[in-house]
Design a binder for this molecule. Structure first.
Ligand code: C5P
Length: 228
């Protein structure tokens, strides 16, 4: 990468919350760690960062522009807005795949013995935006309990990505928070490169390295000009 290259990178982090009534929601255990580390590393290297974050208790790097969101649909509209002017989108957020079909007004009463919730699919933010990416670099994460590489390769192709970071969900070990992840980087040519029990800070550094290289390779033929 050339020293003057300053990329605009949109990074999503953390979980989303899908409201059920005015006091309850469906969510997941994501802490936002990797997204915030990616933002810190990108800022440290002089890139312009928009960090779109679900509810987490982490401190964002001072130079990042932070957009706080709650639901997947709010995250989608924030990412859409900033995607227009970015060079790279890194979707490290753990977006809820489903949301309750109806938000119950007020607080749901416990009058019934059992209760069924109807859930509907949330938009796939990465897939929708990567369809219209042009020269932008799109990066996703895949957390898989089995068939890690084939599933991650399928997601990379289906979502039109340049890079996917595939993590194995190991029994008993949480992929969220401070654990040292193991997994693979898979690039657009479906080449897999292993990483083993790496600190998340080091992982963030490797991901930004790869993005800088990808951007440089993509744009070298155009004399380094970005058309995003
Ligand atoms: O959940 P899934 O394994 O499909 O996630 C793969 C990638 O897609 C992740 O980078 C995630 O942030 C993104 N994703 C998304 N919108 C969703 C679900 C996942 O952008 N609704």
């Amino acid at each position: 990468m050339t020293s003057q290259t300053r990329l605009k990178i949109v990074i999503t982090a953390g979980p989303t919350r899908e409201p059920l009534d005015s006091v309850r929601f469906i969510s997941n255990y994501s802490t936002g760690t990797i997204g915030y580390l990616l933002a810190a590393e990108a800022v440290r290297r002089g890139h312009q960062v928009v960090l779109i974050s679900g509810p987490v208790s982490l401190k964002a790097p001072e130079k990042a522009m932070v957009v706080k969101v709650e639901s997947a649909r709010q995250m989608y509209s924030a990412v859409k807005k900033h995607f227009k002017l970015c060079h790279c989108l890194i979707m490290s957020a753990a977006v809820s795949d489903y949301r309750p079909k109806k938000i119950i007004p007020g607080k749901l009463k416990k009058t019934k013995k059992s209760l069924s919730l109807e859930l509907v699919r949330n938009p796939d933010i990465l897939k929708q935006l990567a369809k219209i990416k042009k020269d932008r670099i799109t990066v996703g994460f895949a957390l898989e309990a089995s068939n890690l590489i084939p599933n991650a390769c399928r997601k990379l192709r289906e979502k039109n990505l340049d890079l996917i970071v595939a993590n194995k969900k190991t029994k008993g070990l949480s992929p969220f928070g401070k654990e040292k992840p193991s997994g693979f980087f898979i690039d657009g040519g479906l080449k897999a490169e292993r990483f083993t029990k790496i600190q998340k800070k080091a992982l963030a550094g490797l991901i930004i390295d790869k993005i800088e290289k990808l951007w440089y390779t993509h744009n070298e033929s155009k004399g380094g000009k970005v058309t995003a």
